[in-house]
Design a protein around this ligand. Structure first.
Ligand code: G1P
Length: 301
């Protein structure tokens, strides 16, 4: 049997070993990924996003104190039985939703040596297929699908694909930054170089990597050789820079330019904005909440 040049993508990797120090003390004993966005933990939105792009095999790269993540995506028989006895089928369905979503796998990162190292921990599970990486701090509005488009571009172009968003140049030092060239597809650019969190003056563009990647498995070979970079950590961006300049290693690298709604739930202000926005738009909570919010803004602010 001849191998298809671009095998279908079925695996998603979600690094979730971070300490969540920006949310202390809430994250002292609770993983930051479990903080609720309205009434669902942030991480569930991310897993749902992977699943809606057709990726049903999800590997979470976790660390110490992350057991609640495993419990959340597992069955909770006691709770299910209690709800079912009460005849509360709506809540029962909400409880079962997360355990029925995807086939979940977990691996521990051990030493927190950076995002590149976290991705490398996924190598034995992923094998030699292209795969997606979704960062838990970036929440992409489900109405603005991004990952599915990235998977499509990877199928057409091969190599690796990153998600890019134009940001205020003053903010580029918070992101991986891409030097890009246009392609014939309006929302797709060719990435010619990447640098992790550059100073504004040194940034090659204002195209920031937002936390979605579709990667050629060649990235693992590069990550094994990647020296610690910015912040003394093994940076995924540094490995991608290698892919961008070496097609044989797992390039080329393309970028899908995202213009939709993205929330950075790792930032307290943006986290609050995400909750307000998503709550306003919910059919069940939205009407009352919007009325209250309007009154609050006009009368009390
Ligand atoms: C990571 C990546 C960075 C990327 C960002 C997106 O940084 O290293 O390249 O732009 O995620 O959210 P972090 O925010 O984890 O420091």
């Amino acid at each position: 049997m001849t191998e298809s040049p671009h095998p279908p993508i079925s695996k998603a990797v979600i690094p979730a070993a971070g300490l969540g120090t920006r949310f202390l003390p809430a994250t002292k004993a609770t993983p930051k990924e479990m903080l609720p966005v309205v009434d669902k933990p942030a991480i569930q939105y991310v897993v749902e996003e992977a699943v809606s792009a057709g990726l049903h095999d999800v590997l979470m790269v976790t660390g110490r104190n992350k057991r609640p993540l495993e419990d959340h995506f597992d069955r909770n028989y006691e709770l299910e039985e209690a709800l079912s006895k009460k005849g509360d089928s709506a809540r029962l369905a909400r409880v079962q939703e997360s355990s029925d979503l995807a086939t979940m796998h977990y691996v521990r990162q051990g030493d927190p040596r950076g995002l590149g190292h976290a991705v490398l921990c996924a190598a034995p599970h992923v094998g030699r297929e292209p795969f997606a990486v979704l960062l838990g701090d970036d929440l992409i509005d489900p109405r603005d699908p991004l990952l599915a488009r990235m998977v499509e571009v990877q199928k057409q172009q091969g190599g690796s694909v990153v998600a890019l968003m134009e940001v205020d140049p003053a903010q580029i030092h918070l992101y991986g930054c891409a030097a890009v060239e246009p392609t014939t597809d309006g929302d797709v650019v060719k990435v010619t170089g990447l640098v992790e969190k550059p100073d504004t003056a040194d940034a090659p563009s204002n195209f920031a990597i937002i936390g979605r990647y579709v990667l050629d498995p060649g990235v693992f070979d590069i990550l094994r050789q990647t020296e610690p970079g910015r912040g003394g950590e093994i940076q995924l961006t540094d490995a991608l820079q290698q892919l961008a300049v070496d097609e044989k290693a797992g390039g080329p690298v393309h970028g899908v330019v995202f213009k939709g709604r993205r929330y950075d739930t790792g930032d307290r202000g943006d986290y609050l904005r995400a909750i307000v926005r998503l709550a306003c738009e919910r059919e069940d909570l939205g009407p009352d909440f919007r009325t209250w919010l309007r009154r609050y803004v006009t009368e009390e602010m």
